[in-house]
Write a protein that binds this ligand. Sequence first.
Ligand code: ZN
Length: 414
Amino acid sequence: MDENGNEETIQFLERCIKDAYHACAFDIYFEQLTDACARVRFKIDGVMQDYRQELPLTVYSVIIAHLKVLAGLHTADRKMPLYAQVSSAKFARINLELGCSFIPTTTGVDLSIRILYTGEPLPLEKFGLRAFDLDAIRAVRGGVVLFAGTKSSGRQTLLWSALSDRNQQQQKVCSVRDVESVSPIPGLCETDARPGSGYSYEGWMKALVRMDADVIHIGTLTGEDKLFMAAEAALDGVTVMADMYANNAVDAIAGYLDSGKNVSARTLVAALSCVVYQHLLPRLCPDCKEASRLDEEDIKNLLLTGEGSPPEVVQATLERWLTEYGGKESVLLKYRARGCDNCAGTGYRGRVAVFEVVVATPGIKAQLLSHASDASILKLALQEGTFTMRQDAIEKALAGKIDFSAACQIKSAV
Ligand SMILES: [Zn+2]
């Protein structure tokens, strides 16, 4: 491609991808409107938002051609929908894995770019997990570990980092993939179980268990067969890591147990080790965030986390907050976004993950088998050290990482 003439266009693409990433948008849509122009929109929390209302077709065509070349696709193929993964590091100073879909339409071609995960897995310590949760994830030896979240929660990014972490701990890590994507971990034993690849999912799983894999990644946990194979391998001592869609950790456990109608609940419960629920919130720009004092009412609201904690726990929590976040004067602050040149006026830069990690301890397993209520399971989980996502978000708000109001909007699981 013509490097001089198109440099500006590639810079626009780089800026667009960086802006989408920092705005917590996982999908970027380039939509051809007419013979002369296209538009660019981001999907943020399920809502389409304008990014560039009119992008000249001359610029858009260069973007399409450039991505197709990087993906090794035929630039002239305009009739079929095409999909390929491209690393943004090939053209931008940000390393993200991009899933690019080229969809021919009646007006031309639409391009959707999905931000899949960062090019190289981040160290597990960099996600902002509490030490308690980090240790819990690392301590799992055998059993199913579910990485749950909603559609744009970054759960797969965390899952890849957990796999990379095991790889670095000198464990044998394998991945059975049934979707077209590339692993970000060099040297991972990766098998292709896509339909038509010549070997079944079940066959691969059996082969990997037989070769004494320590960890098997099975992608998204869907379908009864996959669930059964995951549970069987887990009961054989393998750590099986999967991702799934869920609204909170308790919901993820319920979804896991409900999806196996022909697999006994006893088997599924026995196989479960840990559920890691993740949600992303925009990170406050450190250069312009505004602080103000929390008043009595705010503090009362914060401590009402919905879990019915006894008064002594509430008091201890407040004292801990004052020690950890109150500074020398023991004053708790709340922060909100303002906007400056460094954050393009948005008030935010990057994202912060909030977590809810539930370990399937013998007590939790007993409750699951006796069909205890969600409230009862959560209560026990809290006693055993779980933090709800709301608790985690509030602490990150007190630390000035996220909006105080965004943290308060997060509901507890019950
Ligand atoms: Zn700023």
